[in-house]
Design a protein around this ligand. Structure first.
Ligand code: NI
Length: 214
């Protein structure tokens, strides 16, 4: 018995709907994996859209450059611009911290109430005083946090920061492979924006201004 035209039409609609759902799903997946930053690449571009339901950040316990323990409670009420990296980083981290510094300078008084934070993913080598000396080179308001390997791992996990040791020649010589996004967190601790590596400072400043004004 041949299928009647109404049934055929219905099946065609169902087929189209399945394809549409698959496409939307693929886009959502791509954006999610992009934001999560689990890849090794250092993407460049502008602020990454945050898919609905994606939340980054959370409670952390780390150590400041004076050796004092700090937690997220110490930053409540302040928007954070947070970036994870390490002081031995040859290129990506210095570039990104330079971008953050330039964006803050462009923001001027508008960005004065936000707190830029650099968190080490190399606690083995980055001791509190090293972090202090390092961040001073980039911006007077930038603070550097490190901690025990466990403390760092917990903070990195909260922001879904990927990092891994890469052995180089020599027993003590290694690099850290790590994702390189900057995260703008609101005063309430909620994620407001994600900046891939090589976001231009002007773009970063523009998005921070927009997000903190809204
Ligand atoms: Ni780096």
């Amino acid at each position: 018995m041949p299928p009647n035209p109404v049934a055929r039409q219905t099946w065609r609609m169902v087929g189209l709907a399945v394809v549409a759902v698959a496409i939307v799903g693929l886009i959502a997946w791509w954006q999610f994996s992009h934001v999560a930053g689990t890849g090794r690449g250092h993407d460049q571009g502008t602020a990454t859209a945050i898919p609905p339901g994606v939340e980054l950040g959370g409670p952390f316990t780390l150590v400041d450059s004076q050796g004092q323990t700090v937690t997220e409670q110490d930053f409540l009420g302040k928007p954070l611009l947070i970036y994870f990296g390490y002081t031995y980083c040859p290129d990506v981290c210095p570039t990104e911290l330079g971008t953050i510094a330039a964006a803050l300078d462009q923001l001027g008084p508008e960005g004065a109430h936000s707190q830029p934070v650099f968190v080490s993913v190399d606690p083995e080598r980055d001791k509190p005083e090293d972090m202090g000396e390092y961040v001073e080179m980039f911006h007077p308001r930038l603070i550097g946090l490190t901690g025990s390997p466990e403390q760092v791992a917990k903070a990195a996990k909260a922001w879904r920061v990927y990092y891994a040791k890469v052995e180089l020649t020599g027993p003590d010589d290694y690099a850290m492979d790590h994702s390189a996004y900057s995260y703008l967190m609101g005063a309430d601790g909620k994620l407001l924006a994600v900046f891939p590596h090589q976001t231009p400072p002007a773009e970063m400043a523009r998005v921070i201004r927009e997000k903190l004004a809204g």
